[in-house]
Design a protein around this ligand. Structure first.
Ligand code: LP5
Ligand code: MN
Length: 244
C-alpha cells in the first residue's frame, strides 16, 4: 500500500502531533511505502540542529519505522527545505525532489509540496527562489545554530504578518500553473499539500485529470492511501474516495 502525508508541522510545543504521527505509524505494514510531502516539521535549521529544535523523538520514530521495513520517502516543504542527506541517512529515509513522479500500476502520479504552484503569491516565490539557491543555503548553514534560529523566527514572524495582507485566492494554487506542471510531466493525477485545503478536485481535461490536496494534522491526521483501484483521502474526520 502507498500512504501519503504532509504538513504535520511537528514541534516540541505540540506533543499531541507526535502522538498522532506515532499512532498513524503503527497502522503501517512491512513493505508499505510512506511519502511525506513536506512540512513534516514546523521548521528546520539544518541536520546539525535536531537536538536544538527538540526533534530527537521524531528522528527516533522515523528510524524505527524504516527499520521495521516501511519505505519512507521525503520531499521537503517551505518549512523544512534544509533537511538534508545526513538526517536522511541517520533515519534510513530517501530524499526525493519536488515534482517526483511515481507509477501506480501504469498510472503516473505527480507528487509535490505545492508552494511552487502558488504563483500569484509573488513575495513567497521571491523568498522561495532565494532560500532554495545553493549559495544562500551554504551561507545560512555556515552560521551558528542560534543565529539561524533567530533568522528563522524573524522569517516566521514576517510570513505570518504578510499573510494577513494576502487574500485566500492569492495563497492558493494557480490553475494555469497546475495545468502546465501536469502537462509537462505527462500525468493526470497530482497530489500535493501546503495549502491545508484538503480536497479532491476534478480538473478540466479531456480525459479527466485530478488534483488531490492533503490537509494538515490539526485537529486530526490527514492522509491519502493510493492504490491501482483509486485514492482515499482522510481529513478532519472525513473520508473521500476517488475510483480510477
Ligand atoms: O509557512 P506558512 O504556511 O506560514 O507561509 C507560507 C509562506 N511563508 C514561508 C516562510 C516560512 O514560513 C519561513 C520559515 C522557514 C524556516 C526555514 C529555515 C530558515 C529560513 C531563514 C530565512 C531567513 O514560506 C508564505 C505564503 C504562505 O505559505 C501561503 O502559501 O504566503 O510566504 C511568505 O509569507 C513569504 C513572505 O511574504 C516573505 C517571507 C519573509 C522572509 C523575510 C526574511 C527575514 C530575514 C531577513 C534576514 C536578513
Ligand atoms: Mn508548506
Amino acid at each position: 500500500m502507498i500512504h501519503l502525508i504532509s504538513d504535520l508541522h511537528l514541534s516540541p510545543d505540540r506533543p499531541e502531533l507526535l502522538s498522532q504521527f506515532d499512532a498513524f505509524a503503527g497502522t503501517l505494514s512491512v513493505g508499505d511505502d510512506l511519502y511525506i510531502l513536506g512540512d513534516l516539521f514546523e521548521y528546520w535549521l539544518g541536520d546539525d540542529a535536531v537536538e536544538f529544535l527538540g526533534h530527537g523523538a521524531v528522528e527516533r520514530l522515523l528510524t524505527s519505522l524504516s527499520q521495521r521495513g516501511i519505505n519512507i520517502f521525503f520531499l521537503s516543504g517551505n518549512r523544512d527545505f534544509l533537511l538534508g542527506q545526513h538526517f536522511a541517512d541517520r533515519c534510513g529515509i530517501q530524499l526525493i525532489a519536488d515534482e517526483h513522479v511515481i507509477r501506480v500500476d501504469g498510472r503516473r502520479v505527480l507528487l509535490m509540496h505545492g508552494d511552487s504552484l502558488c504563483t500569484d503569491d509573488l513575495p513567497h516565490q521571491a523568498f522561495r527562489k532565494l532560500v532554495r539557491s545553493a549559495d544562500w543555503q551554504r551561507a545560512f548553514l555556515d552560521k551558528s545554530v542560534a543565529e539561524r534560529d533567530g533568522l528563522a523566527k524573524l522569517a516566521r514572524y514576517r510570513s505570518e504578518d504578510d499573510k494577513t495582507q494576502k487574500t485566500m485566492e492569492i495563497m492558493d494554487v494557480n490553475q494555469q500553473a497546475v495545468e502546465e506542471i501536469m502537462h509537462s510531466h505527462g500525468v493526470d493525477t497530482l497530489i500535493h499539500g501546503h495549502t491545508h485545503r484538503p480536497a479532491i478536485h476534478r480538473c478540466d481535461s479531456p480525459h479527466g485529470a485530478h488534483r488531490i490536496v492533503l490537509g494538515d494534522w490539526t485537529p486530526e491526521p490527514s492522509w491519502i492511501r493510493l492504490s491501482a483501484a483509486g485514492v482515499e483521502l482522510a481529513f478532519s474526520g472525513n473520508l473521500r474516495r476517488l475510483d480510477f
